[in-house]
Ligand binder design. Structure first.
Ligand SMILES: Cc1ncc(COP(=O)(O)O)c(C=O)c1O
Length: 364
């Protein structure tokens, strides 16, 4: 067990520790909620980033209409915390998983993405056996080449199959412009995002012209929320990273939500004045998109991560000494948070609470 207590100075928390600046979280949540109110788009924030029912409830309290997640096991955690309206923005494949899904549908208003006729048939059969009506959205591939049907006729064909399936309720469509979201140039990002959304909206028009009502048209991420949220016909945004932010979004895309997430680390060794080693490595933060960013003290950078060690190099800051604390902003929040059991929730430098990251490791 860590020796930590509520009210302690946050810089004395045993390291490495994942600290959450709760004032920054509150400001990010309010800022996105305010954007949604101003533009009239709904928010269904993606819990894949924070993995925390507490933070999901905070987003709902600020006006979000529901929560998005990536995995069935995440949806189970969210539903157990009392959240009803949950979109699993992914395909659920395999008899066992489908059985779990329809069981969950008996206790919540879970909704799932589909992109395949056989999968639709399996979901329909399982839902009927369970005696539930499962909500579904068609995922449209708007350029990522990940999952989803092609825009156009394939969407209409699948929707026609869904509306005649008594176990299913057709809610609408979703896309995700993940292939353009990190485009550094804002004008280029806007053009590419709009070009990706256009075929999805044309598919929605095709459905409506064919007499099929479409309630939900969902897309968007932190790098595109202000583009996608204003695109005509989009009804909801599934933004994730904005709540905690990470250095990838700030450095590459220039998104300026507040940094709420830091890994607190301790210097365990120095090599002269130019290099230092901290006790946080790959088991405390990820580098799938690039190296994390040293927030404090200024003038240092992370050059490498080994399992348990972070390698720091001085750029122009004051030298570090053994025992010094370093605050490091993850380069990718979603994957870094997944490495930790708890958020150490800090307000103005004082430990205010310890929240379990209940949906961490929920990859199934
Ligand atoms: C399907 C889907 N929707 C939304 C998001 C949220 O993106 P972001 O974290 O950029 O806000 C993601 C992120 O990977 C995603 O995969």
């Amino acid at each position: 067990m860590r020796s930590v207590w509520i009210g302690m100075n946050a810089m004395d928390i045993d390291t490495p520790a994942l600290c959450l600046d709760i004032e920054a979280v509150e400001s990010n949540v309010m800022r996105m909620a305010e954007f949604a109110r101003r533009t009239g788009v709904n928010l269904r924030p993606h819990a894949k980033t924070h993995k925390s029912p507490m933070l999901a409830h905070m987003q709902l309290a600020a006006g979000a209409i529901g929560i998005t997640c990536a995995k069935l096991s995440e949806a189970e955690v969210l539903a157990a915390s009392g959240i009803k309206d949950i979109l699993i923005a992914n395909q659920i494949v395999g008899a066992h998983k489908i059985a779990r899904l329809v069981n969950l549908a008996a206790h919540s208003e879970v909704m799932v993405a589909v992109d395949d006729v056989d999968n639709v048939a399996e979901l329909n059969a399982a839902a009927q056996t369970k005696g539930v009506q499962l909500r579904v959205v068609i995922e449209i591939d708007i350029g990522m080449g990940r999952c989803g049907v092609a825009p156009g006729q394939a969407v209409l064909d699948l929707a026609r199959q869904i509306i005649v399936s008594p176990g299913l309720r057709f809610e609408g469509v979703m896309g995700y412009e993940g292939h353009v979201i990190f485009t550094p140039d804002p004008e280029e990002r806007k053009a590419k995002t709009e070009a990706s959304l256009k075929p999805m909206m044309e598919s929605v028009d095709l459905l409506r012209r064919s007499g099929i009502p479409v309630n939900i048209v969902s897309s968007g991420g932190t790098g595109t929320y202000f583009i996608t949220g204003c695109y005509p016909g989009i009804t909801e945004l599934q933004v994730g990273s904005y709540i905690t932010m990470d250095s990838q979004y700030r450095e590459v895309v220039g998104i300026d939500f507040a940094y709420a997430l830091t890994v607190l680390a301790t210097v365990i060794r120095v090599h002269g004045e130019k290099r230092a080693i901290v006790d946080a490595g790959l088991k405390a933060m990820t580098r799938d998109f690039g190296m994390p960013y040293v927030l404090d003290p200024p003038g240092w950078k992370v050059t490498a991560l080994a399992e348990e060690h972070g390698f720091l190099e001085r750029v122009d800051g004051a030298p570090l000494k053994r025992g010094d604390k370093v605050k490091i902003v993850p380069n990718h929040g979603c994957t870094t948070i997944n490495l930790h059991d708890y958020y150490y929730v800090v307000r103005r430098g004082v430990l205010e609470a310890i929240w379990p990251i209940a949906a961490r490791g929920k990859t199934y």
